[in-house]
Design a protein around this ligand. Structure first.
Ligand SMILES: O=C(O)CCC(=O)C(=O)O
Length: 299
């Protein structure tokens, strides 16, 4: 194992509780390990967000027959992303990404402004922070819903500076049976690794990066896991009889921007040729803290 990984890190070393949170201590854990678990951080938003996720799941199921082919699967009319279902499943397609976004759900948008979460993000990224993209929700369907192979988000969106700080929240109690997140503490110091095309899109080579190299984070609904854009993470299939949804906010420095955007090895290879052309100009997102100064270079 590389020296950048801390093979003996326990979940206890990564976790804090939202109540009475010591922001600087939490930020230190994040900086050191590239990941941090804040127990109970998002509990107060759950009922409303769960209601909206359930509505989107209903809309998505109703739209599956009208789904059209896209590069990495199928898209339903409401914008959900589907991938091939596991063998023996009652449909040929399963849900992966739900169109839960700041355009769709006020409850979800409000939760992106959680003051404690933003204090923590500010302690790591500095005073001027924007939302990266429009938020995300992933659902694993019951009885074998997709695994997300170990990967770094930087394989999908590599940034000029620090990159986004992700915050993934469990919407239901999540454990080894229904597909809890696994993280590799310290892996954010490994640089961007070579990824392969897998069923769940870009992923690390499974022989080189077996699940045993990662630490499972079992948690309650409302627990939030912060992870660095280069922190290796992923989750196993959902073997329970209920869906396993999560939602994700991503925050970045207001001057940061994508230099490589990819979903497959082929389009990543192409994007790598254009790094020098990347600019902030068309990547202004919504500010959640601080101020964006006028920048003539950008305009
Ligand atoms: O749904 C999950 O558990 C994994 C989410 C994830 O890995 C990602 O969004 O990058």
């Amino acid at each position: 194992m590389s020296s950048a990984e801390s093979s003996n890190v326990s979940v206890q070393a990564l976790e804090v509780t939202a109540e009475g949170l010591d922001i600087q201590a939490a930020a230190d854990i994040y900086r050191h390990h590239g990941c941090l678990v804040v127990r109970g951080l998002m509990t107060r938003y759950l009922t409303a967000i769960r209601r909206d996720i359930d509505r989107i799941i209903e809309e998505t199921v109703a739209g599956i027959d009208g789904a059209t082919r896209v590069e990495v699967g199928w898209s339903t009319p409401n914008g959900a992303l589907l991938i091939p279902a596991p063998e023996g499943y009652h449909r040929d397609k399963q849900m992966m990404c739900l169109p839960l976004s700041y355009h769709h759900s006020a409850a979800f948008f409000q939760s992106a402004f959680d003051p404690t979460a933003l204090d923590l993000v500010e302690a790591v990224l500095g005073p001027n922070i924007e939302l990266f993209q429009l938020g995300q929700s992933l659902v694993k369907e019951p009885v074998g819903g997709h695994p997300k192979n170990l990967h770094q988000d930087a394989a999908y969106f590599e940034h000029k500076y620090e990159g986004p700080m992700g915050q993934l929240t469990y919407v239901v109690d999540t454990d080894l049976e229904n597909g809890c997140l696994h993280v590799v503490p310290g892996s954010h110091r490994l640089g961007v690794l070579k990824h392969e095309d897998t069923l769940s899109h870009l992923g690390l080579n499974a022989d080189e990066w077996p699940w045993e190299r990662a630490l499972p984070i079992v948690g309650r609904a409302g627990d939030a896991i912060f992870f660095h854009v280069k922190c290796i993470h992923g989750s196993k299939p959902n073997r329970s009889d209920q869906p396993r949804p999560v939602f994700i906010h991503r925050y970045r420095r207001s001057d940061d921007f994508i230099v490589i955007n990819a979903t497959t090895t082929a389009n990543r290879e192409e994007a790598e040729k254009h790094v020098a052309e990347a600019k902030k100009d068309n990547q202004l997102h919504l500010m959640v803290r601080g101020f964006r100064e006028f920048d003539l270079e950008r305009e």
